[in-house]
Design a protein around this ligand. Structure first.
Ligand SMILES: Cc1cc2nc3c(=O)[nH]c(=O)nc-3n(C[C@H](O)[C@H](O)[C@H](O)COP(=O)(O)OP(=O)(O)OC[C@H]3O[C@@H](n4cnc5c(N)ncnc54)[C@H](O)[C@@H]3O)c2cc1C
Length: 430
């Protein structure tokens, strides 16, 4: 028997963890994990990479370290197709056979067909996005520092985040902290009025799904900090140096960040199986794909038929899916009946920058400093591995006493998305 898990994120690693533990005495069962990244990314702390609060490497855990002395095999490769009839996974560098398969390849941020998103906006999903964004902000600040034209300076330092969900809100709050606490005090050519942060949301409100009192509290806090929030505003085009909103208004910006929702991974798009309107694979409540009971799905990549609550793209749901997929594969091996998903989120935590957050857990609602402490404690506890917990705790502690690190790590002349760096891109190509 050969069990193959696709994707080394929260869902995939939870599946592997449970199978590894429960199959210790079954040397006849092979366990293989395939993922295109060789680390697990702790996404809740990704906004803090952009603001230089935590070091990028501190929020990832190498998969081979997580494995430790475990016996599962790990293959770093990119899955391009699945041959359901032949029970084979096709990758860039080869083919692997399976008897049971778990598809947990996560999601991507959808462009909703808005022109210019792919070319001129930065998605915010992977570690590299955090590093690109941090370097972009710092490099724009370096240029703005000696830019004599105030309008050009303001445009360079304008960041527009599209999407008022928790990712967009946490990110813009972090950027506000970075500009206010670090950039303005250190770059003498930049005044507080020179930077502009804009959050654009197509719906009526930001933080949909969070209790209205907490969402309102978050909105007021961001507004007080000078962040412009535009709700009921649909972005119709992203241009180099501007976003166009419904009605034709073009807002000059230095960088647009696209954080508008979740859609199924494009690699899943051509699989001949049922998908929902967001491109996620449809599973039964047992996490099996509808037409292929030997294939399970888990995490952001799937939606559970008839159960939207269990299909929310958040970490606890991904863990619950992964755990159930593993349990059901074990049940199949042991000839037991399969279980069905029983998941409902227990709360919501949204950080609003340093020292502020809104939190709802088990019906209890908190905001302010204690909510922020709770946010920190919970995320630190959830970080995989003591070493990473220590590194992040030290990053947070050091940020109270020392300035954040402002060295630019990449050659930002290669920045792929922003208006300000476009001339550099042309120069590179020449
Ligand atoms: C910035 C940000 C902040 C977030 N904050 C929170 C939060 O505070 N709380 C919360 O609950 N959720 C949060 N989320 C959502 C959470 O990260 C996801 O719900 C969770 O990661 C889903 O887990 P997953 O295993 O399905 O997918 P992922 O964690 O995305 O893992 C997918 C894995 O598949 C691999 N993969 C993808 N394509 C291929 C391929 N073709 N071949 C091989 N491998 C592939 C990827 O490299 C990755 O390792 C946040 C997300 C983002 C982007």
């Amino acid at each position: 028997m050969r069990i193959v898990v696709l994707g080394g994120g929260f869902a995939g690693m939870e599946t592997v963890r449970v199978l590894e533990r429960r199959l210790r005495d079954r040397p006849d069962v092979e366990l293989l994990l395939i993922s295109d990244r060789n680390y697990l990314l702790f996404t809740p702390l990704l906004p803090q990479v952009a603001s230089s609060m935590v070091e990028p490497r501190h929020i990832v855990q190498p998969l081979r370290d997580i494995r430790g002395s475990g016996r599962f095999r790990f293959r770093r490769d990119t899955v391009t197709d699945i041959d359901f009839a032949g029970r084979r996974v096709i990758m860039t560098e080869g083919v692997e056979r399976y008897d049971r398969l778990v598809v947990a390849m996560g999601s991507v941020v959808p462009s909703f067909g808005v022109p210019g998103v792919e070319e001129h906006a930065l998605g915010y999903k992977w570690l590299e996005d955090g590093i690109v964004l941090r370097d972009h902000i710092l490099d724009a600040a370096e240029h703005a520092d000696h830019e004599p034209d105030p309008a050009a300076r303001r445009r360079m330092l304008t960041v527009c985040v599209v999407g008022g969900g928790y990712t967009g809100v946490e990110l813009i709050a972090e950027l506000q902290d970075f500009f206010q606490r670090y950039i303005v005090p250190r770059y003498r050519g930049i005044d507080p009025g020179d930077y502009r942060l804009l959050l654009v949301e197509a719906g009526h409100e930001i933080l949909r799904g969070v209790h209205p009192t907490l969402a309102e509290r978050a909105r007021r806090k961001l507004g007080r900090e000078g962040i412009e929030i535009r709700t009921d505003t649909r972005v119709t085009r992203v241009l180099p140096g501007a976003v166009e909103v419904a009605g034709g208004e073009q807002v000059p910006v230095g960088l647009t960040i696209w954080a508008a929702g979740v859609t199924g991974h494009p690699a899943l798009a051509h699989f001949p199986v049922e998908r929902d309107r967001l491109g996620r694979l449809v599973t039964r409540p047992t996490m099996q794909l509808k037409d292929h009971p030997e294939v399970y799905g888990a995490g952001d990549a799937v939606t559970v038929e008839g159960n939207p609550t269990a299909s929310i793209p958040i970490i606890p749901a991904a863990l619950a899916h992964g755990r159930l997929a593993a349990e059901n594969i074990l049940a199949e091996l042991e000839g037991r009946p399969l279980g069905t998903i029983d998941f409902a989120p227990q709360g919501m935590l949204v950080s609003l920058g340093e020292r502020d957050a809104v939190v709802e857990v088990f019906g209890l609602r908190l905001s302010g400093y204690f909510a922020w402490l709770f946010w920190n404690a919970l995320h630190l506890w959830k970080l995989v591995g003591f070493r990473k917990q220590l590194q992040v705790a030290l990053d947070w502690g050091m940020a109270q006493f020392f300035p954040r690190d402002s060295s630019i790590m990449r050659r930002v002349s290669r920045c792929p998305v922003c208006a300000h760096h476009t001339p550099y891109r042309e120069r590179d190509a020449a």
